[in-house]
Design a protein. Structure first.
Length: 235
């Protein structure tokens, strides 16, 4: 699959992904406004099969984006930090856990499009269709996947693992384009994604969790997956 030349927003999305991989999602201490006033709506019930999260349903709450267009659910112990005013366009929020570790970011009004020059070996770890985000007959998917670049000069970025929503078709061979998770949404595109770095310390994870496959079995990943797959239009 070949797509057109990287847009500025596309490069920004890749920069976020690589930065997150380089730091393991590190403490999400960037300036912003933590949201402590969730909207009073019930958590969404997804038709897609998902693993049962460790947090009981009563400990989850819902967040509505500043533009009033999206809702998503998250554990009450996690914080949603809005940086929308700093970007000047679209929505930009970060979700961090109790240790201020960045788990995922949501952006809207991004320009989606990049050219695939070099395909890399990939491994799909998870995939769930998201019919609530369907646009013109196209249903995006939540995915957790890896890429391997043995020629990357930074050993920490030889293996990249990331999760998020994508409108791109599933790869049909042993290789795939570099990871750039975006999905089609008016007026251009949106992004709700994050990265996992097995080389970085993640407070609260067991010592044996040092591969994407092992991480996919953790309560943290199940909660992240439940949060991202709960994204839906607010109206």
């Amino acid at each position: 699959m070949r797509r057109g030349a990287p847009s500025a927003a596309g490069i920004l999305g890749l920069a976020f992904l690589l930065a997150a991989c380089g730091s393991g999602g590190g403490p999400g201490s960037a300036p912003g406004t933590a949201s402590s006033a969730p909207v009073s709506v019930p958590a969404a019930t997804s038709d897609a099969p998902t693993a049962t999260a460790s947090a009981p349903e009563s400990s989850w709450t819902s967040y509505k984006t500043a533009d009033g267009k999206f809702l998503f659910d998250h554990p009450q112990s996690w914080n949603v930090i809005s940086e929308t005013e700093q970007t000047g366009q679209g929505v930009f929020v970060k979700v961090v856990d109790e240790n201020e570790t960045l788990l995922a970011s949501l952006r809207t009004n991004i320009a989606a499009g990049s050219e695939c020059l070099d395909k890399l070996p990939y491994s799909p770890l998870d995939s769930v269709p998201l019919p609530a985000l369907e646009q013109k007959g196209s249903v995006p998917r939540f995915v957790f996947e890896t890429r391997t670049d043995v020629n990357h000069p930074d050993p920490a970025k030889v293996n990249v693992a990331a999760y998020g929503i994508t409108s791109a078709p599933a790869p049909d061979g042993p290789t795939a384009c570099p990871i750039f998770h975006f999905f089609t949404w008016p007026p251009s595109g949106a992004q709700f994604s994050g990265a996992y770095n097995p080389l970085a310390a993640r407070p609260g994870l067991e010592m044996h969790v040092d591969t994407p496959q092992a991480y996919a079995e953790t309560a943290e990943y199940r909660n992240i997956k439940k949060m991202i797959t709960s994204l839906r239009p607010a109206t």
